[in-house]
Design a protein around this ligand. Structure first.
Ligand code: NAD
Length: 264
């Protein structure tokens, strides 16, 4: 076959169900010839992820909660035993207390601030460190971010602060790992109705607002994010690192929004 990802093996972290952005990326990678491994977070998600893994012929690398270093070690041990090395890794993981994805950022609690940063930012750095050891012939790391890192978006609050730190991490990691031919990039996806997004206040309104104001006059799908991820994970982007690539129907390019969304 002539798939873009033929001969490449990668670990994709963050599939919760068939609406997950990580699932859109997983499908695109396998469609282009990649072999993939998936993780799941806790027993409740195992039941959802197992049939999805079967559908793609993916290997399940294990139960992984990024706040538990031992579970991360076990996942990377499993991948190393199975393949010895990997070519790419996708980090599609974020978390914040739902109660703080509403109201004012200034009211964020110390405890949730630390937890949000730990799960949504530090996890990418510690995963990159583990991936480095397995990317013996170079590789590509990809994380997922959102426009709320750059500009204030309603209700995004502490997650916006975390995504800003995540995007800075992409640049620092790109420098640290560049000499090993490991590239580090992010996709800034437009709003998509996923499990994680359902925690964000007024999410339906945010979707409508994007639909009315994005240059393409619509929102994006997980399949579209998956196709763009192929570029950043494959050799097509071999000259690209430290980049935040927007897949948002062009929303980020607009300064003055022209049309208000109708009441919903
Ligand atoms: P999702 O709910 O399908 O995926 C979130 C994943 O994070 C889940 O698989 C969950 O298990 C995992 N996760 C949370 N806490 C974890 C922990 N402690 N350990 C291990 N895994 C943990 O939602 P999604 O929207 O596909 O989110 C994927 C990524 O995309 C996130 O980083 C999110 O911020 C980002 N993103 C989402 C949107 C959107 O509108 N949906 C837009 C831009 C960026």
């Amino acid at each position: 076959s002539t798939g873009l990802m033929q001969g490449k093996r990668g670990l994709i972290m963050g599939v919760a169900n068939n609406r997950s952005i990580a699932w859109g990326i997983a499908k695109a990678c396998v469609d282009q010839g990649a072999e993939i491994a998936l993780t799941y977070q806790g027993e409740a998600f195992r039941k959802r992820v197992e049939p999805l893994a079967t559908e793609l012929g993916a290997f399940i690398a294990g139960d992984c909660d990024v706040t538990d270093a031992a579970s991360l070690d076990a996942v990377f041990d499993n991948v190393e035993k199975k393949w010895g090395k990997i070519d790419f890794l996708v980090h599609a993981i974020a978390f914040s207390d739902k109660d703080e994805l509403d109201g004012r950022y200034v009211d964020t609690t110390h405890q949730n601030f630390l937890r949000t940063m730990d799960i949504s930012v530090f996890s990418f750095t510690t995963i990159a460190k583990r991936a480095e050891k397995l990317m013996t012939e170079g590789g590509a790391l990809l994380t997922l971010t959102y426009y709320g890192a750059e500009k204030v978006m309603p209700h995004y609050n502490v997650m916006g602060v975390a995504k800003a730190a995540l995007e800075a991490s992409v640049r620092y990691l790109a420098v640290d790992l560049g000499s090993k031919a490991i590239r580090v990039n992010a996709i800034s996806a437009g709003p998509i109705k996923t499990l994680a997004a359902s925690g964000i206040g007024d999410f339906r309104y945010i979707l409508k607002w994007n639909e009315y104001n994005a240059p393409l006059k619509r929102v994006v799908s997980i399949e579209e994010v998956g196709d763009s991820a192929l570029y950043l994970l494959s050799d097509l982007s071999r000259g690209v690192t430290g980049e935040v690539h927007h897949v948002d129907a062009g929303y980020h390019a607009i300064g003055m929004k022209a049309v208000d969304a109708p009441d919903i």
